[in-house]
Design a protein around this ligand. Structure first.
Ligand code: GLN
Length: 282
């Protein structure tokens, strides 16, 4: 019988040979999942024998990973900010970059007086942004909206898992909020230009929901719509936190050119790419 240490080294080697990008992390996550251990505990239990039944499950998962299936969908969950979230093929897998958006927003918001303030997370997908913000800033009243009913079902599970109360609304962008106004907007809309989707890694283009990726011809479809529609949904001094695509910084700055938009700034992610666009309403 092989030990955990041996299985880890064989699995890492296998995924590396098959050109999986995150070969070590994926192997660790899958083995931890099959053995019901925390990833870091793998390294404390190198001598533990791995049963044939466990190996059989692991082999099948490794083969799926080689085909490009995201490990997060196989495992069914992901850690995001201070939350543990369920994910499946109906929602975009929350990205570490989006944690920067949540972190920056929470630093700014928790300093402000949030009693009675409202925040909407548009295109909420798994609910990662709205749920993480609500957990960090419990006084905020948070609503999530998504066009996909299946995504909202996952967001509902995630709100429960993380013990937060948020409002969940189905509909396109601002449609579910007719007649209402808010103080804070979060939105990580689909922002990949349609023609670029086929250039993405297979784990993204073949597995993640296309409607969560496709931002129209130039990738700016949703920002354009929001620039037009947001003003009638915003209270004075509303704060807006967008995630944007690489290279879209100047484009969104120009798009939100009106005099009502204040304090506009494009922020970069850890890789140094334009990734966020923060602004305020008059
Ligand atoms: N808000 C979710 C996230 O950031 C979903 C985004 C999307 O589907 N475009 O992961």
């Amino acid at each position: 019988m092989k030990t955990l240490g041996e299985i880890l080294s064989i699995s890492v080697h296998f995924l590396k040979e098959k050109k999986c990008v995150r070969f070590r992390r994926d192997a660790e996550d899958l083995i931890a999942h099959v053995l019901k251990l925390k990833r870091l505990d793998l390294y404390a239990q190198f001598d533990r024998p791995v049963q044939e039944a466990e190996l059989k499950i692991l082999r099948a998962l490794l083969k799926r990973a080689v085909k490009g299936e995201p490990v997060e969908y196989m495992i069914g969950e992901v850690a995001f900010y201070h939350c543990q979230l369920s994910v499946g093929p109906d929602v975009l897998i929350p990205r570490p970059e989006t944690e920067i958006l949540v972190d920056q927003a929470c630093r700014m918001l928790c300093l402000a007086d949030l009693q009675e303030k409202t925040a909407w997370d548009l295109c909420s997908g798994s609910g990662c942004i709205g749920i993480a913000v609500k957990k960090a800033c419990p006084h905020l009243r948070v609503s999530l909206s998504d066009i996909s009913g299946k995504a909202l079902e996952i967001a509902a599970i995630n709100a429960k898992r993380n013990d937060v109360q948020v409002e969940l609304l189905q509909g396109d962008l601002l449609a579910p909020f007719a007649g209402r106004k808010t103080d804070i907007i979060f939105c990580n809309p689909p922002y990949i230009p349609s023609q670029e989707i086929f250039t993405l890694d297979p784990s993204v283009k073949d597995y993640e929901p296309r409607e969560a990726l496709d931002g129209g011809d130039d990738g700016l479809f949703f920002y354009r719509q929001l620039e037009k529609e947001l003003p009638s949904y915003l209270n004075a001094k509303a704060k807006i936190f967008f995630e944007i695509g690489t290279g879209q910084g100047d484009l969104v700055l120009n798009l939100f050119h009106g005099r009502s938009w204040k304090n506009k700034r494009v922020e970069k992610d850890w890789a140094g790419h334009d990734r966020f666009f923060f602004l305020e309403f008059e």
